[in-house]
Write a protein that binds this ligand. Structure first.
Ligand code: UD1
Length: 356
């Protein structure tokens, strides 16, 4: 079987790592296409190195741009790449512009398309990620759902026949990395002690692009009575600068994006996490660090149902949310047992279409 993976943004490299390993272990051919959506060393290269992902076979080098420009420049190049490699499966990941571009190119050229992390829904149609994931699920021949809740969404949209629950591949990586870094302290800013800080990331368009919203989030974080280690995505830095918002005020200790093992260690040693990232909400749950999510909804509802994640609907309440009593301990495994990549590869191999 020949699988062609299309990735481009930081969380997709994390998802690619266990898939690349599982495909190699099972002796399948794997072509990796990097769209270049993320290009800074700390947003891309370090993930390939730390997670031992083979170097991309093709790099489209698209860089940043508006949704249309970025997605369009991927599309103009992808047709030729798919035809050159002629894969049994095109595999797209998550919900970014690289996902929708890969899906459109594959479906138009009649290559079988599989969507990893299918069926997640925020039901917030203003999010670019929601358009990307809904459209990709409906284009896909195989929807690889990480959870039962995701599979239920697919059934509700008439996609049940194409859906299969594999577990969550980010859980595979998170659990394996946590084991490796168990005795490694995270890299912390001067004066910040392990166990005392709040780890934070903010990057989503709906939180960064409106100056008032971003200003309120940054003020809320700066007012927390604990040191806040804010690992700053380039989008946050750019937007804060544009809106004249100071990322060094109050409790804030703003640092560059962390590599994956350092991020896992930083979550493990934090007293709490405050984020708008999907992956980090889940990692906080898996590592049992209480999380507060700066959004009006989450796709990872299990983290909320189990009490390890709360939505910060009112930013004035941020301190009391971060200070809430510890959640009930749990040994629930809604995201699988760390073997989702093997299940994904098996699902693909079982469904390879005979060639004409
Ligand atoms: C994208 C995804 C989002 C995902 C996030 C993970 C879409 C629509 N959004 O958002 O779902 O959660 O990746 O990080 O695909 N930039 C750099 N260097 C880089 C990459 C980006 O400086 O390596 C800056 C540029 O100013 C760019 C901005 O960040 O314009 C936004 O980057 P972009 O890839 O458009 O979206 P993200 O916000 O990263």
């Amino acid at each position: 079987m020949k699988v062609l993976s299309i990735v481009g943004a930081r969380p997709q490299f994390v998802k690619l790592a266990p898939i690349a390993k599982a495909l190699a272990a099972a002796g399948h051919d794997h072509v990796i296409v990097h769209t270049g959506q993320h290009y800074d060393t700390k947003m891309s290269d370090v993930f390939f190195e730390d997670l031992q992902i083979p170097a991309p076979d093709v790099h489209l080098g698209v860089g940043s741009g508006s949704h249309g420009v970025q997605t369009g420049s991927m599309l103009t190049q992808l047709d030729a790449v798919l035809d050159e490699h002629d894969p049994d499966w095109v595999l797209v990941y998550g919900d970014t512009n690289s996902t929708i571009a890969g899906a459109l190119s594959a479906v138009k050229l009649h290559y079988p398309l599989a969507h990893l992390e299918a069926g997640l829904r925020s039901f917030n149609r203003r999010m670019p990620e929601e358009h990307n994931r809904v459209l990709t699920d409906h284009a896909a021949d195989l929807c690889l759902a990480p959870t039962d809740v995701a599979a239920e969404h697919l059934r509700a949209e008439g996609l049940g026949e194409r859906a299969i629950v594999t577990g969550d591949v980010m859980t595979d990586v998170c659990l394996a990395t946590a084991e490796k870094v168990r005795d490694t302290p995270p890299p912390l800013p001067e004066g910040v002690e392990s166990g005392t800080y709040v780890l934070s990331t903010i990057h989503r368009a709906e939180n960064t692009d409106d100056p008032q919203r971003l200003g309120a989030i940054v003020s809320g974080l700066a007012a927390l009575p604990y040191p806040v280690v804010l690992t700053a995505h380039p989008r946050l830095v750019a937007k804060a600068k544009e809106h004249g918002i100071d990322l060094t005020q109050g409790s804030l200790n703003t640092v560059e994006p962390l590599d994956y093992p350092a991020m896992v260690a930083a979550v493990q040693h934090a007293r709490a996490v405050v984020t708008d990232s999907g992956g980090l909400q889940k990692e906080a749950f898996l590592l049992r660090t209480p999380c507060t999510t700066v959004r009006t909804e989450t796709e990872w509802t299990e983290t909320v149902d189990l009490g390890w994640n709360v939505l910060a609907l009112d930013l004035d309440q941020l301190t009391s949310l971060v200070d809430r009593p510890a959640p009930e301990p749990t040994d629930a495994t809604p995201y699988g047992d760390g073997k989702a990549a093997d299940a994904t590869v098996a699902a693909l191999a079982e469904r390879v279409r005979p060639r004409d």
